[in-house]
Each structure stands twice: as C-alpha cells, then as structure tokens.
Design a protein around this ligand. Structure first.
Ligand SMILES: *[C@@H]1O[C@H](CO)[C@@H](O)[C@H](O)[C@H]1NC(C)=O
Length: 301
C-alpha cells in the first residue's frame, strides 16, 4: 500500500514539477475584463527554463511565416512596430498572433485574430519616427501562461543593458529562422556617435535609440517588431535599421517611453468605445508635434 502511495507521489512530482518550477501558471484564461495588473510578467526568475514569459508573441502570416515579434499589453492590444506590420496591414486575412509560451498540446492551438492595426499619423513606412503599431485583436489570446508586460518606466541611457528576443526571420542570410525565439543581451549606445554613423543616409529620429549588436551575426537578435526588455518592462521595439548581416552598424529601436502616450491613448479610446472596429486607421494624437517635411523625408530615405 505504501509503495503505491510512494509511486503515486513520485509520478505526481515528475509530472508537475517542471511546469511549476519553470513557468507561472494562471488559473484561467484572459478575458476582456482581466485587469492588467493581475497578469503582469514578473520577470525571468518566475519563468526561467523553457520560455521567456507569456507576454512574448509573434505575428504569423497566412503562409505560417513569422512577420513580426510582438508584446502582449492588454486583453486585446498587442504592441509591434509600424514597419514590420505595414506591408501586411491591407491583407490581414488569415494573419494571427500567437504566444510563444503554452503549456502542452491542449494549449497548442491558441491564437488571436487581428481586427485592426493602429499606427501614429506621424509614422511613415521605412522611417523611424513614431514607429509603433498597436494590433487590436478580435478577442483575448487564451492560455494559462499568457500574460502582459508593463511599459517602460526608466529613461533610456547610454550603457543600459537590455534583453533582445528574436527568431531570425529578418536575418535568414545569416542563419536559419528558428521556430523558437532566442534571447540575447545588448547594450544601449551613445546616441551622438550613433547618429553620426547614419548621418549620410538619414537623420536619427528623436524617439529612436541605438544598441550595439554582438559582433558574431549568429548571436545577433534583430527582427522587426521584436521587443527589448529592461527588468520586467518593455523598453524598446525593433524599428527599421541595419540587420544582423552587418553587425558593425547598430540596431535601431523605438523608445517605448516616447510612444507611451500614443499607446495609452489608443488603450483609452478602445476601452471607451471611441475607437470602434475598423481597418487601417491612422491616428493623430499629438497634433502639435510636427516634424518638418524635409527632415522627415530625409529620415525615410
Ligand atoms: C535568456 O533566457 C534565459 C531563460 O529565461 C535566461 O536564463 C537568460 O538569463 C536570458 N539571457 C539574457 C541575456 O537575459
């Protein structure tokens, strides 16, 4: 009798242990009413091991290829970059948003369908200024591991060490694309020398910051829309810049602190119903923040 109990206990431990040690499991799925604070990512120490947290998402095209990395912000809002989603925004049929962390086969088929993509009015394709996109889902993404990430609360300064995540879909000339994301550590560059490196081609936008890629292209993590975290927060989004093929050039990221206002305004307007479901909306939040056209044109080229 005791042998049976002991075997049962050992089996239970073997079955349950990895999940409980490696990941944070929530009792239920996210609904429209789930408050953000209930599902905030608590950092890698809570989910070390086989995933990077339930907030790390990817946008998958109808042909099953990954087109953007993304971060789960609130029940139906996902953050990516304008540059990565733009080429697809008029053909979102069949495009879905998938979590990178899920528990088992039963949760294998969880994804969110895209309703609308919002980008700031000031954003122009292939430019870095205000390069952020809010993806509005039709309904929340299910799964007991899905969770939200907080927006950055620390100003970006030179020398800050952050964590980058990528699949390699923008660097297939460097190595094969992986189905699983990979992380890596990067350091924020001094903005002045960085701006100088690009000055012949374009003017670095005021809400973009630079990070040094690791020298070895295989260690480089840089795919469109992918997040950059600092502590437990989303601080950067891969914008449009030199890819891993040339690691002597810095990676360019949108500073989340500088687009926070846009993100929060969209959130408020979606909650209040002011923004109804409709496709391809460009929103002007801060009409006063005008960029001279010549400057902007230069930034785009
Ligand atoms: C990458 O993720 C693993 C697992 O979560 C973690 O142990 C490691 O510290 C991370 N690397 C960096 C550079 O943060």
């Amino acid at each position: 009798m005791t042998t049976v109990i002991v075997i049962f206990l050992i089996l239970s431990i073997v079955v349950l242990w990895p999940l409980q040690v490696w990941t944070k499991i929530y009792p239920r799925d996210i609904t429209m009413k789930t408050p953000k604070w209930k599902r905030y990512w608590q950092g890698t120490e809570v989910n070390t091991g086989n995933n990077y947290g339930g907030w790390l998402l990817r946008v998958v095209n109808s042909d099953a290829s990954t087109i953007c990395g993304a971060a789960y912000y609130s029940p139906i809002l996902v953050i990516a970059s304008g540059n990565c989603i733009h080429p697809y925004r008029y053909s979102l049929e069949g495009t879905s948003v998938e979590p990178t962390a899920y528990m088992n086969d039963a949760e294998d088929n969880i994804f969110g369908l895209i309703d609308t993509v919002y980008t700031p009015k000031e954003f122009q394709y292939l430019g870095q200024f205000m390069d952020v996109a809010i993806i509005r889902l039709k309904r929340p993404i299910k799964g007991k591991l899905t969770e939200f990430i907080r927006l950055c609360s620390t100003p970006i300064t030179t020398g800050m060490k952050m964590v980058a995540y990528a699949w390699g879909f923008d660097s297939i000339n460097v190595g094969s694309q992986s189905a699983e994301p990979r992380n890596g550590s990067v350091v924020v560059e001094d903005p002045k020398p960085c701006a100088k490196k690009f000055e012949v081609d374009f003017k670095l936008s005021s809400n973009t910051f630079c990070v040094t890629h690791p020298k070895d292209p295989k260690e480089c993590r840089y795919d469109g829309g992918c997040p950059l975290t600092y502590g437990n927060e989303l601080c950067g989004i891969v914008s449009h810049g030199p890819l891993c093929a040339d690691t002597s050039q810095p990676g360019l990221y949108t500073d989340v602190n500088k687009v926070k206002k846009f993100i929060e305004t969209i959130e408020r307007k979606v909650q209040s119903g002011e923004l109804t479901r409709s496709k391809f909306v460009r929103i002007s939040i801060n009409r006063k923040a005008k960029v001279p056209t010549t400057k902007r044109r230069k930034a785009i080229q």
